[in-house]
Every structure is written in C-alpha cells, then in structure tokens.
Design a protein around this ligand. Structure first.
Ligand SMILES: Cc1cc2nc3c(=O)[nH]c(=O)nc-3n(C[C@H](O)[C@H](O)[C@H](O)COP(=O)(O)O)c2cc1C
Length: 213
C-alpha cells in the first residue's frame, strides 16, 4: 500500500524570528568574571557587538565587577547591600531574557556568578538564558553544563546552542577582534535566534497566563 504522509515543516528559529513582533526583547548580558586582570571584557565586547547587530534585541549590561554583593545572603540586607543590589536587581527584573558570559574556573563557573544567581529568584523565573563561555582547552563548556542545572532549578530555559571560546586568550587580536570569526559569528547568530524565539514565546505566554509552578 502506498501511503503518503503529510509532512509538517517546522520553521527554523531564524524563520520564526522573521515573523516575530517588533517589540524588542530586553536582554541583560551578564559578565560573570570579576577577577582582577580578567579577560572577560574582551569577550564581552565581542558578544555585545553581535547582540547589537542582531535585530530584535535591546541590550543592557550587568558587569559583576561593578557589583559587590556579600556571599552571606540576607532577607534584611544592610543599607550598603541594598545599594549594591540596586545596581543589578532592577536590570534582572526588567529583562525578558539573559545572556550569561562565563569563564571556566576549576571545571565550573565562577563564584561571582553563583552569588548573583542566589541573591535573586523571581527575577530569573520563566525566562530564557543563552550561554557564552571561554576558558582553556575546554572553552568553558563544563561551566555551561553546570549553569544549565542551576538555571533549571530557577524555572529558566537554557537555549540549546552556545558559543564557546577555547584557549580564548589567543583568539583575539589587540583590538579585541576575533582573528578567525566565521565559526564564532555563526554560533552567536544561532544562539541569538533561539534566545529571541524563546523570549518572544515566553513573554507572549506570560501575557496570556501567569507562569504557574
Ligand atoms: C581560578 C581559575 C581556575 C581556572 N580553571 C580552569 C579550568 O578548570 N578549565 C579551563 O579550561 N580553564 C581554567 N582557567 C582558565 C580561565 O578559564 C581563563 O584564564 C579565563 O580567561 C578566565 O576568565 P577571566 O580572565 O575573565 O577571569 C582557570 C582560571 C582561573 C583564574
């Protein structure tokens, strides 16, 4: 018997992006490293250029080197801590989506990132996050996979595609330009297309119905 099955062709994230409504997705780009002499700003500048070139995003930056949060959490933070929280909490609350830029420290992500994650809860919930990593030979991929576990606990969606820079220090010239950008540019576009789709989908759904847990 000759049967013909009607095939449904799913649109790619890029095609779905073309059909997306014009309201920009507010994305908070979190620069996760705060170490003295860090390499993070080089990758952050590269990343921010890609986000700003990608249609449909309105980017804000949360640089953890500019925030001094204690590791002891409190429901009654001191005035100093309230001042520090004011640098970051409103940006997280306002965001439809996040991009976390993480280095790899000892096979995971740095304590600075875990700290800012733990200081917040509702700000993360039912939002998507794209992950960009850098490090030595591993390119920060172990940090990325650990972050997926943490963000799942916070009711977040981590987008499938990531961007990773292996032996990152040698990949950029003195002006912060990637020496051989084609693959990284393509990876960034894929991640940003998917992030935009998830942000649009979740934002639209939340307009219809509050997220229930
Ligand atoms: C404390 C520490 C631990 C590190 N552990 C790893 C590691 O486990 N795997 C890896 O590939 N690179 C590791 N590195 C290298 C960093 O990922 C790399 O130096 C990166 O540039 C650090 O980011 P930053 O300069 O923005 O802080 C480590 C670096 C530091 C400072």
């Amino acid at each position: 018997m000759n049967t013909t099955t009607a095939q449904t062709v799913s649109p790619s994230p890029a095609a779905a992006f073309e059909a997306a409504p014009p309201t920009p997705v507010k994305v908070a780009v979190i620069v996760g490293s705060n170490r003295e002499g860090r390499f993070g700003p080089v990758v952050a500048e590269w990343l921010l250029r890609r986000v700003r070139e990608h249609e449909g995003f309105e980017a804000d930056v949360v640089d953890l080197a500019d925030v001094d949060l204690p590791t002891s959490l409190s429901f009654r933070p001191s005035a100093d801590v309230v001042t520090e929280l004011a640098k970051v909490t409103p940006k997280l609350a306002d965001a439809d989506a996040f991009i976390v830029l993480t280095p790899e420290y000892n096979h995971s992500f740095p304590a600075s990132l875990k700290n800012v994650i733990d200081w917040h809860r509702a700000e993360w919930e039912a939002k998507p996050v794209g992950l960009v990593s850098y490090g030595g030979i591993s390119g920060g991929l172990r940090a990325v996979e650990h972050l997926r576990q943490v963000f799942a606990e916070l009711h977040m969606v981590t987008v499938r595609d990531t961007v990773s820079f292996h032996n990152a220090g040698g990949l950029f010239d003195d002006d912060g330009n990637h020496k051989d950008p084609a693959l990284a540019d393509a990876a960034a576009k894929g991640m940003l297309d998917q992030l935009h789709w998830w942000a649009w989908a979740l934002r639209s759904a939340k307009e219809e119905r509050a997220y229930g847990r």
